[in-house]
Design a protein around this ligand. Structure first.
Ligand SMILES: [Ca+2]
Length: 313
């Protein structure tokens, strides 16, 4: 089978970095057409820089990286330096990128790419707030039907929230954008906290990254070392959840994941529960399904895949 063509929309972020590395290490399954940066974990200037740092770390300097929206559709930006550090990629010492940003706006790249390819052949992989994707859908409604699928990290049902008691960070930062995406009619595969909180980098798993004894292996080990401190303090878990790599792992080995095809809606009105992903897990309404909401991951298989692929870089 030909590799699946994707655009990675991202706000790196240590876990975004690992998601990108996994994609770039997997050319049999994934063809990365481009990377679009969005404001999220840290401001746009840093996410656009970090995306290029990651491409250079992987030795894939030919991948075009575009800067996109620097703030949510209609609210101020909320960032997460408390998790990811001041740079967004705290942990390893990595050189500033030499590769330039690609010319043009990320939103136009998304639009042009979807128009240039056969309908149903390009998948969007958002790993941050959905601002770029929603902006593209608003600016060029003709592209919506051309999207093969959206596979995203965001939301939560049983785990509820990580930035507020009710909301997961990516959705909370730009709930209006998320609302547009979930109502777009494009089939969405959702990797919520319910799943990513089972993808924990335990000491044993982090040692496996370090044991690769490569530039990439050490960098990934140091990145997870850094943001693990936050999660261990907060949740008392045995390691940091690797949220975003669940998206790229799904494209390679969907059988590692299982979920339910259900209706998912986004809260955009209530201040108390703003950005909540209201997932009809128990199918108590007759709202039509719009998403495959993932509930379980084979964590051992996931980390085996990740370690095996990172070894190639
Ligand atoms: Ca992210």
């Amino acid at each position: 089978m030909a590799p699946r063509k994707i655009i990675i929309d991202t706000d790196p972020g240590q876990d975004d970095a690992v998601a990108i590395l996994l994609a770039l290490a997997s050319p049999e399954e994934i063809d990365v057409l481009g990377i679009t940066a969005v404001a999220g974990n840290v401001p746009l200037e840093l996410t656009a820089k970090n995306a290029r740092i990651v491409c250079e770390l992987a030795g894939h300097t030919h991948i075009p990286v575009y800067a996109g929206c620097d703030r949510p559709l209609n609210r101020p930006l909320v960032t997460a330096e408390h998790v990811h550090g001041k740079t967004g990629l705290d942990g390893p010492v990595l050189p500033d990128p030499e590769m330039p940003l690609a010319d043009g706006h990320a939103v136009d790249f998304i639009i042009d790419t979807l128009r240039a390819h056969e309908p149903g052949t390009v998948t969007l992989c958002p790993l941050g707030p959905l601002t770029n994707i929603a902006s593209a859908f608003q600016k060029a409604p003709d592209i919506v039907d051309r999207v093969q699928e959206i596979v995203l990290m965001g939301g939560a049902y049983f785990e509820v929230g990580n930035i507020t008691p009710a909301a997961e960070f990516n959705i909370y930062v730009d709930p209006e954008a998320a609302d547009i995406v979930f109502k777009s009619g494009v089939h969405v595969v959702v990797m919520p906290l319910d799943v990513t909180h089972d993808a924990l980098v335990t000491k044993h798993r982090n040692d496996a990254f370090r044991a690769l004894d490569s530039k990439v292996g050490h960098a990934v080990a140091e990145m997870t070392d850094f943001f693990e401190r936050f999660d261990i303090e907060k949740y008392g878990s045995e390691g940091a959840p690797l949220h975003d790599p669940c998206v790229t792992a799904y494209l390679i080995r969907p059988e590692l994941f299982s979920g339910r095809h259900i209706n998912v809606q986004i809260e955009t009105k209530s201040e108390l529960t703003m950005g909540m992903t209201v997932a009809d897990w128990w199918r108590v309404t007759d709202h039509p399904p719009n998403a495959m909401f993932i509930g379980e991951i084979d964590a051992e298989g996931f980390f085996a895949l990740l370690t095996e692929r990172l070894a190639r870089l």
